[in-house]
Design a protein around this ligand. Structure first.
Ligand SMILES: [Zn+2]
Length: 132
């Protein structure tokens, strides 16, 4: 009984292959959020079945787009790896940028703290001197 509920917990935590596959269309059209894109990329890299499904969806979508709009200079794009690479680069860029921002905020906060501490100390010193 306990094992069962634990299994259910993990199943809820991680999307199933079917759920990922449902989002492939949106992924190819770049409609997914960065976080969702990242999870999808991580999943297809370790799940052969989903990678194949994504490749097929991508090829089909590219071919369809080419037929619809045949003056497209890029022709039919069939290599899903370019798209996956692009997603990873975007994600890494944003993550790095976020970390830089956090470091900047912390540095500023520490600096303000030091300045405040300095003024408080000066005040306390002055008060002590005044008292004497
Ligand atoms: Zn899968």
């Amino acid at each position: 009984m306990e094992k069962k509920s634990l299994k259910k917990y993990f199943e809820n935590k991680e999307k199933t292959c079917k759920e990922y596959q449902k989002t492939f269309g949106d992924y190819i059209e770049e409609k997914l959020s960065l976080e969702d894109e990242h999870l999808l990329v991580l999943h297809v890299k370790k799940c052969k079945e989903c990678m194949e499904e994504l490749e097929a969806t991508y090829m089909f979508a590219s071919a369809f787009k080419f037929l619809e709009d045949n003056d497209d200079d890029e022709g039919i794009r069939t290599d899903i790896k370019d798209l996956l690479k692009k997603s990873e680069e975007e994600y890494n860029y944003v993550k790095r940028h976020n970390i830089t921002l956090i470091v900047e905020i912390i540095t500023t906060a520490v600096l303000i703290g030091v300045i405040i501490a300095f003024f408080i100390n000066a005040d306390i010193r002055e008060m002590l001197l005044w008292g004497k």
